[in-house]
Design a protein around this ligand. Structure first.
Ligand SMILES: Cc1cc2nc3c(=O)[nH]c(=O)nc-3n(C[C@H](O)[C@H](O)[C@H](O)COP(=O)(O)OP(=O)(O)OC[C@H]3O[C@@H](n4cnc5c(N)ncnc54)[C@H](O)[C@@H]3O)c2cc1C
Length: 371
């Protein structure tokens, strides 16, 4: 079977790999190759702390476990760092009460959480300043992990290419419809690529591509940014979620940093200095947690708008009355990538409908169909 996957983000690469592994001939189309999309900007933490209700929490947990299984299958799974995560927050605040309710909920699901004292945090992460832990409660999540998304995309694409896949650097403008089914895509230069099935994994750009189908995923406007530092003095080994900043090792002495307050500085994401205020905020915040990271040089500022369905849950599957077409748009796409790839291969190649995604079909936004 000939497949076209639109978009080479975390979802598209996983879909391409799973389809190629099952013997399909796959063409992945993305104008940015493996450098585009929300995947480039992602913090890429494998966690499920804010996922509710319980069914959604369990889906994301399965996604996190599927990374491990995929890594074992492929070997050389060095995109995956399963070193857990530490988090702390000030006691006695409204936020602390929210954290406590969240931990109670997670524990009721059977989630592993270890309570830490300040000394335990420092034993795990010796660079953390003792003063940033004063008056705080801290926990360790042993089952959390982190993904190096550049390596992840590369490995999945390489493994797909070893079977029968190729990556075309071009922009899809339209879907081709023939005899009542989707039969391929049209590219920006007018070329047409034919296929038996098209999987639209273009993230936030999925809607304009599928406009001829009269369906669009209602998306929330949620810009986000991360920064990557230059080499700096640090020995961070896992995800750290301090009260105002998220910190992750990025290899070669660099750190990947994210802060919600920095996201809030993003008014016009296309302005030439769009990330400047946010990057300064992040550089200020990281010093409060890691004093050795003083006057850090920011090597890269990445900005995107998340592919965030309005209810925060994934959208995966077919559209009623449309043959030859699947759609996959989701937040938490790093966690869910391996599961979505597997489900796409099962549904498209074997006609086996995925139970994982039965509550997350495009039809739940039925008002968007046929408009
Ligand atoms: C700041 C931030 C932090 C995040 N943290 C996490 C986290 O900790 N854990 C987690 O699981 N998720 C996290 N996410 C969400 C996660 O990154 C996304 O859900 C995921 O990257 C989505 O992947 P995707 O492949 O669906 O989309 P994208 O990565 O956006 O990929 C879509 C691809 O489609 C291509 N494309 C667009 N238009 C076209 C076209 N016309 N033709 C062909 N190709 C096209 C783009 O170039 C792009 O490469 C975070 C996101 C952000 C922004």
């Amino acid at each position: 079977m000939r497949m076209i996957v639109i978009g080479a983000g975390a979802i598209g690469c996983s879909v391409a790999f799973h389809l190629a592994r099952e013997g399909a001939s796959v063409t992945v189309v993305d104008p940015e190759g493996l450098r585009g999309g929300a995947t480039l900007t992602s913090f890429a933490w494998l966690n499920c702390h804010d996922k509710s209700p319980e069914d959604y929490y369990r889906l994301v947990m399965r996604g996190n476990r599927a990374h491990r299984a995929l890594g074992d299958e492929i070997g050389h799974a060095n995109w995956l760092k399963l070193t857990g995560a530490v988090e702390w927050w000030p006691t006695g605040t409204e936020k602390a009460r929210e954290h406590s309710a969240r931990l109670d909920r997670l524990r009721s699901y059977g989630h592993q959480i270890e309570t830490l004292g300040a000394e335990d945090v420092l034993a795990l992460e010796p660079d953390v300043s003792r003063s940033s832990l004063e008056g705080c409660e801290a926990v360790f999540y042993p089952t959390d992990g982190a993904v190096d998304t550049a390596v992840y995309r590369h490995v999945l694409m390489r493994e797909a290419e070893r079977r029968a896949a190729s990556l075309v650097e071009a922009r899809v403008t339209d879907l081709l419809e023939r005899s009542g089914r989707i039969a391929g895509v049209r590219l920006h230069d007018g070329r047409e690529l034919e296929a038996d099935h098209v999987v639209n994994c273009a993230g936030r750009a999925s809607n304009p591509i599928g406009v001829c189908l009269g369906y669009s995923v209602p998306l929330e406007w949620k810009p986000g940014m991360t920064v990557i530092t230059d080499l700096c003095r640090n020995n961070v080994s896992r995800v750290i979620k301090a009260p105002e900043i998220y910190i992750k090792p990025e290899g070669a002495g660099r750190l990947l940093l994210h802060a919600k307050s920095a996201d809030q500085t993003l008014e016009d994401i296309h302005a030439p200095d769009a990330g400047k205020a946010g990057a300064e905020e992040i550089a200020r915040l990281v010093e409060t947690v890691l004093p050795a990271v003083r006057d850090v040089r920011i090597a890269d500022v990445r900005i995107t708008v998340r592919p965030y369905p309005i209810d925060g849950k994934p959208v995966f599957g077919t559209l009623p009355g449309v043959d030859g077409y699947h759609l996959a748009v989701t937040h938490s796409g790093i966690s869910l990538g391996p599961l979505i790839g597997r489900a796409a291969a099962e549904e498209i190649l074997h006609g086996k409908i995925s139970t994982d995604f039965e509550d997350y079909r495009p039809t739940r936004f039925s008002q968007s169909i046929g408009n």
